[in-house]
Write a protein that binds this ligand. Structure first.
Ligand code: FE2
Length: 189
């Protein structure tokens, strides 16, 4: 199988106050699971059978790309979140200061970008050479396609936040920014 449903890295109720157990149950068990199952179905008989998700993301088009990228993006997104406050490690702290002047400034820019990402998609912090950038992608888009290394992502599809925040995407993104697993972000450098 190209793709296996990864377990959530925390309990379904671990993020309550930010994301409810209902949101995490639907998001992980229904949405992500559907992307995983559809990827496994679509990859059969293609040149990507037996390849990993990144190889599919880099080479496939259309529905296979969409489902494989959504599977990868969601596993990455769930790993970006932490139930407890995680202190900023030195490496990512220095890069954020260098590229965005301060953590507060980074958060303000990330919030503006995620709020302005029209429709369904993802907002990312990426490493591009020796620079950090904030980029938006639409639908299943992934910055790996543009040669950029993902460090952090927020899912701005409505299914990620509608049960808890309804149409208030900015409030969801603000809360997201206070629940980041910075150790995971640092590990992606
Ligand atoms: Fe999602």
């Amino acid at each position: 199988m190209a793709c296996v449903l990864p377990p959530l890295p925390y309990a379904k109720d671990a993020l309550k106050g930010f994301l409810s157990a209902d949101t995490l149950t639907f998001h992980h068990d229904k949405h992500l699971n559907a992307y995983v199952e559809t990827t496994n179905k679509l990859v059969q008989g293609t040149e990507f059978e037996g390849k990993d998700l990144v190889a599919i993301i880099m080479g496939a088009q259309g529905p296979l790309f969409n489902n494989a990228a959504q599977a990868w993006n969601h596993e990455f997104y769930f790993k970006c979140l932490a139930p407890e406050q995680v202190a900023l490690p030195a490496g990512i702290a220095a890069l954020i200061d260098k590229n965005f002047e301060s953590l507060d400034n980074f958060k303000a820019k990330f919030l503006a970008s995620a709020t302005g990402n029209f429709g369904s998609g993802w907002t990312w912090l990426v490493q591009n050479g020796d620079k950090l950038e904030i980029v938006n992608t639409s639908n299943a888009g992934n910055p790996l396609k543009d040669g950029k290394k993902p460090l952090l992502t927020v899912d701005v599809w409505e299914h990620a936040y509608y049960l808890d925040f309804q149409n208030r995407r900015p409030d969801y993104v603000k809360a997201f920014l206070e629940h980041i697993n910075w150790d995971f972000i640092e590990s992606n450098l």
